[in-house]
Design a protein around this ligand. Structure first.
Ligand code: GLC
Length: 698
């Protein structure tokens, strides 16, 4: 639909002013502090460039916003307001679990509610657009940015994609809590070779379509306002300059008709990739791949005008890009009143926000092992120790505006709740005499938040040796060890598993981390998380997910040799996606199908009952997987096709409608299809305990 105001504005703009809208600068060009999330470029930015710039990233704060926006509008010949963008990924001031943690809640509603809180806090402090959610598939735990993905499963990621985008962008009448969502990174950034950050990506077109594109499509279908290009390559061409990926797939096939922004410096990086010899060629290739905004590369401001004058970029292309950018500003109300929602006294970390944060961290924590039901703990007389016990570094990466002083350490929280608890600092060598009065020791360890996140890939994801030794020492001293792991990625816990009675995966839960851990340890909260990403037995298995393929020589054939296996490890992960315990004793029974045949016109209903044999109400995650027994393209032995989470007091009946469409796979042309034949369905509340039913597809 034509917007007369914007069309009239475009007619008035000079070429320089149009180019300016396609340039994004970081906070430091405005002489204010802010997020610097990439290499500082050489400063080939003129004052004229700054005057015409269309957007800025990393500036935060109501007062700073007002100062910079008013100066910018005054200096701009046509008074076009500046668009303010930032990484509000898992909370603004109130910090929620890192997305890989929230993915373990298997509860997309929490993603919706948490991103609404983030939008409320962020928009009133001057952020119009958030660079979130990241919708890349988590593939390899060596990669630091798994913390920013929601899971290793394409289907679960689509549910969270929709929830996050709608949470950021939904708004009631006064619209104050809405922020535009820029989904990222298009595409398949999680596939970096060897898990090494910014490395090359090489995958088949079919795997791109079936495993990676669904989550971006879900974000686009949910109304995402922007898409950010990925640093990596696809099919030997950097995404930012990849005309197939951006024009044919993103714009034409997925129908995305809004603004595309490069990642930090990614336009100029075409030169490093050696597919451009200079800024001019990088500019032409990126703009012709429909990249509207050059984030911090300082290429468009140098060469886009020349490219238009030389005819390597058409005026129509430039006007289309400017139209998309101005439309985003218009839709955000910036032309009406760029200060409308700015509120220096906005309510941060409100009671309601913290309640949502508490529920989110409660549900993201996964109980992986609980021998002899040692948890919930039945005594006041226990110890806590470990390198993360007195740490407030529990918010994880990309929690820019979260303050550690808002996070209470576990050591402090536990002892405030129960002064009898024996907290032992682990500075230096562990002395078991300090635990002589405690049979149970809660060892809180893992990795620091700066060991995951962007540019923090690792070749070794084993738990640190000193922590392994401490846990063994406690075990050999006769202590029952409950291990709590904080991390932004799966770690290898194989070395400590035999020396623990219980293992809890806490990820980075955010502001309410210690309150959640205390409530889970003491049983006030019944753990309900399921792993969003599999934990390998060792790094040699990586990349590894639950969605493994049968191969031509499956180990399950039972042959000793010449089958797909390792001579030094099991094939399976130590803990797998969809796995997680609760304190209740629940099981699924009476599973029935309405039909053993499914067609385009006849759905199949799966009915059954979840029975809770304990007196503890639990939240259970009902999961349905499929295995297509014979298809034209290989498919994983298990594929998640349905998820629901609900409370179970005594019994809970369920009735799931399975359509033929839900069983289909995606081919290399992004078409969904399935051949006639047998399909096995697996139903359960834990991915390792499933009931199998077979149906026929016709
Ligand atoms: C970073 C990240 C991207 C982020 C952007 C702006 O390099 O790759 O996810 O949104 O720069 O901070």
């Amino acid at each position: 639909m034509c917007n007369v105001f914007i069309e009239d504005l475009i007619k008035e703009m000079t070429l320089e002013e149009k180019v300016g809208q396609c340039v994004q600068l970081s906070a430091d060009y405005y002489e204010v502090s802010g997020e610097i999330t990439g290499p500082k470029s050489t400063s080939n930015v003129s004052l004229e460039d700054i005057k015409n710039t269309g957007s800025v990233l990393g500036i935060f704060g109501a007062e700073e916003y007002k100062n910079i926006q008013s100066m910018h509008i005054k200096n701009h010949r046509l008074n076009i307001p500046l668009l303010f963008m930032a990484d509000i990924v898992h909370g603004c001031n109130t910090i929620f679990p890192v997305p890989i943690g929230l993915g373990s809640s298997f509860n997309p509603k929490l993603a919706y509610e948490s991103s609404r809180v983030a939008a409320l806090e962020g928009r009133q402090q001057g952020i119009h657009v958030t660079f979130a959610p990241m919708l890349d598939l988590a593939v390899d735990p060596r990669w630091g940015r798994n913390m920013e993905a929601t899971s290793e499963d394409p289907y679960l990621n689509t549910l969270f994609a929709k929830a996050y985008v709608e949470g950021f962008q939904d708004s009631d009448d006064n619209q104050k809590e809405s922020m535009a969502s820029c989904i990222k990174h298009f595409a398949a950034y999680g596939m970096v070779k060897a898990g090494r950050e910014y490395n090359t990506v090489d995958l088949s077109k079919r795997m791109l379509m079936s495993d990676h594109i669904p989550s971006y499509k879900a974000g686009i279908d949910a109304g995402a306002s922007m898409v950010m290009t990925a640093f990596n390559t696809y099919d030997s061409i950097p995404c930012t300059g990849n005309k197939y990926l951006m024009n044919t797939l993103l714009r034409d096939k997925l129908g995305f008709d809004k603004t595309v922004i490069s990642d930090w410096g990614a336009v100029k990086e075409l030169i490093n990739h050696q597919v451009a010899s200079d800024d001019y060629m990088a500019t032409v290739k990126s703009f012709n791949a429909t990249c509207d905004i050059d984030m911090m590369a300082n290429s468009y401001n140098l060469e886009l005008l020349n490219a238009v004058n030389n005819g390597d970029v058409s005026l129509q292309q430039l006007d289309d890009a400017v139209r998309r950018i101005l439309t985003l500003k218009y839709d955000l109300g910036l032309f009406d009143d760029p200060y409308k929602f700015i509120n220096p006294d906005c309510d941060l970390l409100s009671k309601k926000s913290l309640e949502i944060a508490k529920q989110a961290s409660d549900e993201s924590i996964v109980l992986l092992k609980n021998n002899n039901n040692i948890l919930p703990i039945k005594t006041d007389n226990y110890a806590i120790t470990g390198p993360m016990a007195d740490s407030s570094d529990l918010m994880g990466p990309w929690s820019w505006h979260g303050k550690q002083e808002d996070v209470v350490s576990n050591a402090k929280y536990f002892r405030e709740e129960n002064p009898k608890i024996n907290y032992v600092s682990t500075n230096g060598v562990l002395n078991t005499m300090h635990f002589k009065n405690n049979d149970i020791v809660i060892y809180i360890g893992g990795e620091n938040s700066y060991e995951s996140g962007e540019s923090n890939s690792k070749t070794n994801i084993n738990l640190e040796a000193s922590q392994v030794n401490n846990i063994k020492t406690l075990f050999e001293a006769g202590k029952k060890v409950v291990y709590v792991n904080y991390s932004g990625r799966p770690l290898v816990l194989t070395d400590i598993e035999p020396y623990t009675e219980a293992i809890i995966q806490a990820w980075f839960p955010g502001t309410m981390a210690s309150a959640s851990l205390y409530d889970i340890i003491t049983g006030k909260v019944n753990p309900s998380g399921k792993l969003s990403m599999s934990f390998p037995r060792n790094i040699g298995q990586c990349p590894l997910s639950y969605r493994e393929y049968q191969t031509g020589r499956p180990k399950e054939l039972g042959l000793d040799d010449y089958v797909s296996k390792y001579i030094d490890s099991e094939n399976t992960p130590l803990y797998q996606f969809g796995q997680g315990l609760s304190y209740s004793d629940c099981n699924v029974k009476e599973v029935e199908l309405s039909s053993n045949v499914i067609t385009d016109d006849v759905d199949v209903k799966i009915t059954g009952v979840i029975e809770n044999n304990s007196d503890l109400i639990s939240k259970e995650v009902l999961q349905v997987y499929l295995n297509d027994k014979c298809s034209d393209l290989i498919r994983p032995l298990k594929e998640l096709i349905y998820v629901d989470k609900f409370e179970v007091e005594n019994t809970k009946e369920f009735n799931i409608t399975i359509t033929k469409d839900m069983l289909k796979y995606i081919d290399s042309e992004f078409n969904k299809t399935i051949e006639d034949g047998e399909v096995e369905l697996f139903i359960g509340i834990d991915s390792t305990i499933l009931i199998s039913k077979t149906i026929e597809v016709r």
